[in-house]
Design a protein around this ligand. Sequence first.
Ligand code: ZN
Length: 160
Amino acid sequence: MAIRKIRIMGDPVLEKTCKEVKEMTPRTRELISDMFDTMYDGMGVGLAACQVGILKRIVVIDTTGEDPHVLINPVIVETSGEQTGQEGCLSLPGQAGIVTRPNYVKVRAYDENMQEYELEGTELLARAICHECDHLDGIMYVSKVEGSLMDVDAMEDEEK
Ligand code: ZN
């Protein structure tokens, strides 16, 4: 297992458009495995390859800790409904903001054997799919935040 360094907002790599993956290679398999390790270590529910400095269209998502998905070259093909809620990002630690996303998303992607499949998600999974797919086009959730960013640590203090 290998944990990679997560790039923080302001790093130009997070503003670039990632490139399609054409074939699976041992190197890419290792990247995917490391992305899962890095996401779990950071207690995130999703991670895009650009967040570890690799400009490939690869996303890993696990919203429950027991439901890992890898999405290669993902394309959102259907959305419906709306949800408004708090969102954070491993590339912007300690902060969160309110973002409106579709409540249902269907995404078409390739798995790590480059087999095409579809994944449907609602609520948090739908939010994570949208958030991570945005990363592949260089979009950070902060550009979609309603109001201002909140300091997550300060919010926890207020609850005490
Ligand atoms: Zn993110």
